[in-house]
Design a protein around this ligand. Structure first.
Ligand code: SAM
Length: 230
C-alpha cells in the first residue's frame, strides 16, 4: 500500500466509487495508485505534460504492477483524454489560474465527465469564475493545512441552472464561508494582514490612477475578508 499526503487523501474521498478518473498533472501518480489499491476505482489515466514527472508516474505504476489499470500519458492538460472516456477529472497541486486554463483549453474533452475535483494551491477564485461561466455547480469545498501550507479542494458537478457567486463567495468560497473553520480563519487572517501591509506601502506611494485603483481593490478585499472571519 503506498502512503500519500493528507491533502491527496482528502481529494480521494471525493472520488465516486467505481468511477474512471483522469488525474491531470499526476507527477508520481500517487493518487491513482492509492485509489486503485484502496478499491475506490478500477481504472485511471495519469496525465503529465513534463517528461520527468511522466517518467516518475510511469515507473511508479510499473513498480506497483498497475499497468493494466492506470494508463500513464504524456500530454498537455485534458488532451490526454477523449470525450466520454472518464467520469471524473482530478487536477491537484497547481495554481487556480493554471487549473482553470487547463479546463478552458480542454473543454471539448469534458463531455461525459460528471465530476471535477480541483485542488488549487492558490487562486481558487479563478476556478469559481470558470464554474460560473461554464455551469458547474460547486457541491463541496474543503480547506486543510499540511506542512504549514493551506490548501483548498473544490468539487463540482454539471448543472443546467445558472451559477452565480458574489465577489466574496468567489474569493473565499461559498461553502467554506459558511463552515468558517479554524483553517479558513487562519488562511484569510494571514492574507488580510498581508494586504494591510501592502496598503500601508501604497499610502506612501506617489498618487496615480493605478495606485488608487490598487488601493480600492485591496480595501474591498480587506472589508470582504474582515466580514467573513469575524
Ligand atoms: N497532482 C500532484 C499532487 O497534487 O501532488 C502533483 C502536483 S505537481 C506540484 C504539479 C504537476 O502538474 C507537475 O508534475 C507538472 O509537470 C504538472 N503540470 C503542470 N501543467 C500541466 C499541464 N498543462 N498538463 C499536465 N500536467 C501539468
Amino acid at each position: 500500500m503506498i502512503s500519500i499526503s493528507n491533502r491527496l487523501q482528502k481529494v480521494s474521498t471525493y472520488i465516486p466509487k467505481g468511477s474512471i478518473i483522469a488525474d491531470i498533472g499526476s507527477d508520481h501518480a500517487f493518487l491513482p495508485c492509492y485509489c486503485i489499491q484502496k478499491g475506490i476505482i478500477n481504472r485511471a489515466i495519469a496525465g503529465e505534460v513534463n517528461q520527468g514527472p511522466f517518467q516518475s508516474a510511469y515507473n511508479q505504476v510499473k513498480a506497483l504492477g498497475l499497468e493494466n489499470q492506470i494508463e500513464v500519458k504524456l500530454g498537455d492538460g485534458l488532451e490526454v483524454i477523449s470525450a466520454h472516456e472518464v467520469s471524473t477529472v482530478v487536477i491537484a497541486g497547481m495554481g487556480g489560474q493554471l487549473i482553470s486554463n487547463i479546463l478552458e483549453r480542454g473543454k471539448d474533452r469534458l463531455p461525459g465527465v460528471e465530476r471535477l475535483i480541483l485542488q488549487p494551491n492558490m487562486g481558487a477564485r479563478f476556478i469559481r469564475e470558470w464554474f460560473e461561466k461554464n455551469n458547474w455547480k460547486l457541491i463541496e469545498e474543503s480547506i486543510l493545512e499540511e506542512d504549514e501550507k493551506i490548501y483548498e479542494i473544490l468539487v463540482a458537478e454539471r448543472t443546467n441552472t445558472p451559477v452565480v457567486f458574489n465577489e466574496a463567495e468567489k474569493l473565499l468560497g461559498p461553502i467554506l464561508m459558511k463552515q468558517k473553520n479554524s483553517t479558513f480563519q487562519k488562511k484569510w487572517k494571514r492574507e488580510k494582514d498581508n494586504w494591510e501591509k501592502i496598503l500601508l506601502q501604497l499610502e506612501k506611494a506617489l498618487p496615480s490612477d493605478e495606485v488608487s485603483e490598487r488601493k480600492k481593490l485591496l480595501k474591498q478585499k480587506i472589508i470582504a475578508v474582515s466580514e467573513a472571519i469575524k
